[in-house]
Design a protein around this ligand. Structure first.
Ligand SMILES: Cc1cc2nc3c(=O)[nH]c(=O)nc-3n(C[C@H](O)[C@H](O)[C@H](O)COP(=O)(O)OP(=O)(O)OC[C@H]3O[C@@H](n4cnc5c(N)ncnc54)[C@H](O)[C@@H]3O)c2cc1C
Length: 472
């Protein structure tokens, strides 16, 4: 495809059609991949205030063949929100479409615009004694449109599902200006093909999501959190199964953490209180949410006792207050930042059938160790079979000398993941960083159909070109 630049002449087409307030400063954050992997050509940044402005912008871009990149909070980890090389792009920032349109507490439903920040959704839900259970460390910046665009996961998927599971309906604008009015509040609606689920996870390549109907849940009346030291990832898998048998749906989060994560935390955030230091080789962070009248501390103590008897755990700390619970979660949520401070060479966001995780870790460690003197760290949402398997330079060195090898390492790890029945993108998406993997591993029929869908929604290919689909 050949594209035109989003330059002054293009901007002039929009005069009188959208408010001057929609024109934003082209700040570097819109054009720089957050981990410094590349910088895009600077272009136009537009922040529409309503659906009509989104329509006007998209129709103008479609007519002029300007590439459009929808932008939420910019926290995506696969570079989908930062354009690649080419003529000046149009960044469509959703930051001014940030209204809560309606809340229906008795239905456990909230309708929000795409630019609402995830944390603001959490706070709004709390005002109604409800919870929006999608949660991740970037919740203070990530916006609902980006969460849906990437089908985000996070820490509570084990109980409540991912962004797709928590969305009942979507309103979106197609590149030609047509609007999909799909803000349904229905939990049952079998009326043909499901466009909502097609748009969720499409990473801005099909349409711009302008609003969504989100599912809320009641806040569990009794909550508890514990760190437990596990003997190995095998023990963690067994502990998860034991926890589910004892507590059923009460297991709200189950995170596996390698001890090196605590070393990185100590280096980057020395003020943070760690429950164990020196760090044990492996730990899990467990969150439970129980019905009224159940004591979460007792539940976690019982779990620990049975697990200790089975030889699965050797130490544990249960949060004694809400403040301590939060402090336990802060440690987990700062881990990606601590990794970033150390400077990762490769961050893998993979998922595997749960019982394959220990074997994957053994085989991956062996393969990667054969490639160089890397430090291997790992943490992740084990309850969902999702690991962040990350490589760092040896102590005292920076990543620069190793970055040229990252493609080779990704290839080795992803090859293993796929061979073991897993996915090379569990929750972050494909973006621009994993299109090679799409080409290599995606089923050709599926890729063909995806290209057909793309052509139907976006015949001129203006929506986030270069993301998700590899070049044919
Ligand atoms: C510290 C940290 C921790 C994280 N932890 C997790 C985690 O646990 N789980 C997880 O899943 N992710 C995690 N992420 C990744 C990231 O936060 C998520 O992918 C998040 O959903 C992105 O939201 P965003 O608003 O920042 O989207 P952006 O980065 O702005 O955009 C992401 C994608 O969505 C598209 N998009 C944005 N808005 C729209 C729209 N309105 N319509 C259509 N497409 C749109 C963009 O074009 C792009 O393709 C983490 C990131 C960080 C920095």
């Amino acid at each position: 495809m050949t594209y035109a630049p989003a330059d002054a002449a293009f901007a002039a087409r929009l005069e009188g059609k959208i408010s001057p307030k929609a024109f934003k400063e082209p700040e570097p954050r819109y054009f720089e991949e957050p981990r410094g992997r590349w910088t895009s050509p600077v272009g136009l940044v537009l922040a529409p205030e309503n659906v009509e402005e989104v329509r006007q912008i998209l129709m103008a871009a479609n007519e002029a063949r300007v590439r459009v990149v929808p932008y939420g909070g910019g926290t995506g980890l696969v570079g989908a929100q930062i354009p690649g090389p080419g003529p000046a792009p149009l960044i469509l920032s959703m930051e001014r479409m940030n209204r809560v349109r309606a809340v229906y507490p008795e239905e456990n439903v909230m309708i929000v615009e795409a630019g609402v920040i995830m944390q603001d959704v959490h706070e709004e839900a709390r005002k109604h004694d409800r919870m929006y259970p999608l949660s991740l460390a970037a919740k203070g910046s990530a916006r609902i449109g980006g969460n849906l665009g990437t089908n985000a996961g996070g820490v509570n998927v084990v109980r409540y599902g991912n962004a797709r599971d928590l969305c009942l309906g979507i309103e979106a604008v197609l590149p030609d200006g047509r609007v999909i009015n799909g803000l349904s509040r229905l939990r049952k609606d079998n009326t043909g093909y499901d466009l909502r689920n097609l748009l969720i996870g499409s990473e801005g390549t099909l349409a711009v999501i302008t609003a969504a109907t989100l599912k809320l849940v009641p806040i569990p009346p009794e909550e508890g959190t514990a760190y437990m030291v596990v003997e190995s990832p095998d023990a963690a898998v067994k502990l998860l199964s034991m926890a589910k048998s004892q507590l059923g749906e009460g297991v709200s989060a189950f995170e596996l953490i390698k001890g090196m994560s605590f070393d990185f935390m100590r280096a980057s955030f020395p003020e943070m209180q760690l429950p164990f230091y020196p760090a044990p080789p492996w730990m899990v962070l467990i969150d439970v949410g129980l019905a009224r009248g159940n004591d979460p501390q007792e539940a976690l103590e019982n779990l620990f006792a049975e697990a200790a008897e089975a030889g699965l755990v050797s130490d544990g700390v249960i949060a004694q207050s809400e403040a301590q619970r939060q402090a336990f979660w802060d440690i987990r949520e700062y881990m990606p930042l601590a990794s970033r401070a150390v400077g990762g060479i490769c961050s893998h966001d993979v998922s595997l059938p749960l019982s394959e995780i220990p074997e994957f870790l053994r085989r991956a460690d062996q393969l990667v160790s054969g490639l160089g003197p890397f430090r291997i760290n790992c943490f992740g949402h084990m309850g969902d079979g999702n690991l962040h398997y990350n490589l760092f330079p040896p102590e005292g060195e920076t990543r620069d000398a190793y970055m040229p090898r990252s493609k080779e390492i990704y290839a080795v790890v992803h090859e293993l993941v796929v061979k073991m029945g897993g996915s090379f993108s569990a929750e972050h998406g494909v973006g621009r960083l994993k299109t090679d993997e799409m080409k290599k591993f995606a089923d050709p029929t599926r890729l063909d159909l995806m290209r057909g869908i793309k052509a139907l929604f976006d015949p001129n290919g203006i929506m986030n070109p270069g993301a998700v689909l590899p070049e044919a």
